[in-house]
Every structure is written in C-alpha cells, then in structure tokens.
Design a protein around this ligand. Structure first.
Ligand code: BT5
Length: 322
C-alpha cells in the first residue's frame, strides 16, 4: 500500500488530497496518514499543506522497496521487491525461496552481503551501502538448452542502464563482468536449477560498486565504482529499477536467446572482441584474437593457425584488462 501511495504522489508531481489518495489507493484516510508517516520515516520527503494534501518532494538516498517499485515499468520482474539490510548472499537466499515455490519476478536486494559469491567458488565483496547486490528469480518455461542467453542478456541490460543513468562508457567483459576502462564495476552470477528437461528456475545475481571510494587491497587494482568513475552519487533506487526494466525488456523480447539485434547490441558493447585473449583448454593455455560472440553467447577466438575456437565458459584473460 505504501508503494501505491508513493506512485500516486510521484505520478501527480503535485499536491494530492488525502481524500483522493484514499479513494485511488482504496484505503481509509487514517491508513493514508499512517502510511505517509512510515514513508517519511523511511526517508521520503513528503510535504503537507492544509486544503491541498500531500506532495512528494524527495526520495530516500538508500535503497528502499517503495522507491524501486515507483520507477519500475515491468510486468513480471519486481512484482515483489524485498530489501534486506544484510545477508550472506542474495543468490543463496533467493534460491532457498525458489525451492519453496516463490513466484517468478521476485527481486531480493541487499545493502550488504557477508558471503557474496562469484564464480568457481570465488567471493564477491558488497560493503554496506557502498555496493548494491540483488538477485532476480525467473521461471522460463524452456529447456535448459534454450536459456543460454541469460547471462549475456543480463549483462547487456545492466551495461545499458549504467551508461544511460551514469553517463559512463561501461563495456561488457565476456562473459559476466561490466567494466569501465580496465576495471570491474559489476559482476554477474547466474545459477540454474533444472527438473529433467526443463528449467525449474534461474537466479540472476548482480553486484554493483556504487559509492565505494576505495577497495580492499586484493581487488584495488581491478575494481572501480560509479562514484570513482563519474564523481557523482547516483540515485541507487532509480539505477536498480532501470536495470530491472532493461532486464525484462532484453529477456522477454529475446526469449532468453542472444540472437538478432541483441547479439549486435552485445558485440557493440563487448570490450573483449578485437582483443588478444588467453583461455584454458584441458591443461593448455591457448591464445588468440577474440572475433565475435555468437548467438549461443559463446566467444569465438581466431587462433594463430587460422582455426576458430569456441569458448563457452571457464577463464578468459583479456590482454590489457585482467
Ligand atoms: C563475479 O564472479 O563477478 C560474479 C559476482 C556476482 C555477485 C552477485 S551480488 C548478488 C548475487 N549474490 C551473490 O552471492 N553473488 C551475486 P567472478 O567473475 O568469479 O569474479 C569474482 C572476482 O572478482 C573475485 O575473485 C575478486 O577478484 C573480484 N571482486 C570481488 N569483489 C569485487 C568487487 N566488489 N568489485 C570488483 N571486483 C571484485
């Protein structure tokens, strides 16, 4: 109900009487007064004037459900948004909910993660209120072989949202990083549960460095934040909502497949293409020139003998990045 009231005030952009709010939201006048008080406690600036009603003057600085929901224009993603102060890993938390039947579209956001996960058992650092970590639950009715676009499409959506809202020239480092220059701004970890030949659920987890002024020594050489790159404290709620809007556009329009325009858009933003890369095959380290990302989201690498190797996961080092 609080989300509804924020949306009513946001869309009006002016004073709305308590009576009108109560009619539109379908709740009593007392409930409106109580909700306005709660929203003010959460950091919403809402002014009130006799005979005029309420006006929304400002949003909270920190992530909050009502603010994210207000900026959403999705039909599926973000149907339910939950913000946690601190959690081990938003992916693990959402996977547990998913296994108990949580509906598709739920988004779990954390202001801090104490056991954030990267790929291959690595860790992901989300420091309180400097970073944002969130996970999205999806249940496409598709076989596992047809959802290969999930990570690249998510990366495409995140990269576009960051560039649009933060005026940055962020790029995708195949397969799951968003970088600015040669430093990492965002990490993505997609996890899947299958039930025989169909997807039971997908959890797309995204970690963004927003207001970090510095990083722990181990990652300081390769990590960056929106603050460090743009010099600005951006509106986290707006950024998060825009990412969710774009993820829904990309995934649903492209049916979880990196084809057609999406693959062109991806290649345009992919920093790996056109660079010398090294990858592992068995025990061998092989080098070549990254030439393209194909419809399945695999990286195609031209080797010195003229053959093209297809790399679909594992570790790729990109010369000049990391
Ligand atoms: C990733 O793994 O980049 C995937 C990170 C996904 C994090 C999200 S947050 C929400 C959701 N819940 C989770 O528990 N996870 C997801 P990978 O490519 O393996 O990179 C991990 C490596 O990035 C680490 O070994 C560090 O070197 C580096 N790293 C860790 N924290 C970082 C940070 N905040 N910024 C930049 N680099 C970082």
């Amino acid at each position: 109900m609080q989300s509804k009231i924020v949306k009513i005030l946001y869309e009006a952009g002016d004073y709305v009487s308590g009576q009108q709010i109560s009619e539109t939201a379908g709740v009593s006048r007392q409930a409106v007064n109580k909700a306005v008080k709660t929203l003010r406690d959460k950091g919403f600036e809402i002014s009130s004037a006799t005979n005029k009603g309420y006006k929304l003057e400002g949003f909270p600085q920190e992530i909050c459900e009502e603010a994210v929901s207000c900026y959403l224009r999705t039909t599926l993603i973000g149907k339910k948004v939950k913000v946690l102060d601190t959690i081990g890993s938003t992916n693990d938390y959402l996977k547990k909910l998913a296994s108990k039947g949580e509906e598709a579209g739920t988004v779990i956001i954390a202001r801090e993660q104490t056991a954030g996960k990267g790929r291959l058992g690595r860790s992901w650092e989300t420091k309180k209120d400097d970073g944002v970590a969130f996970s999205v639950l999806l249940r496409p009715e598709l076989p596992p072989t047809e959802v290969g676009g999930i990570t690249p499409l998510t990366a495409l959506a995140v990269c576009r949202a960051v560039n649009d809202l933060c005026m940055l020239d962020a790029r995708i480092k195949w397969p799951n990083d968003i970088i600015v220059g040669n430093k990492k701004l965002v990490g993505i970890l997609t996890e899947m549960a299958t039930d025989f030949d169909r997807v039971e659920y997908l959890v797309a987890g995204i970690g963004i460095n927003v207001n970090n002024a510095s990083f722990p020594d181990e990652i300081a050489h390769k990590a960056t934040s929106i603050l460090l790159e743009s010099g600005r404290h951006i509106d986290k709620n707006k950024l998060l909502a825009q990412i969710l809007n774009y993820i829904e556009d990309e995934l649903l329009l492209n049916h979880y497949t990196l084809g057609g325009l999406a693959v062109l858009g991806y290649q345009d933003l992919c920093a790996t293409i056109g660079r010398q890369v090294t990858f592992t095959r068995g025990r061998r380290r092989i080098s070549g020139m990254a030439v393209t990302v194909n419809n399945s989201g695999e990286l195609e690498v031209m080797l010195s003998n003229g053959t093209v190797a297809t790399v679909n996961s594992g570790e790729v080092t990109v010369q000049g990045i990391y």
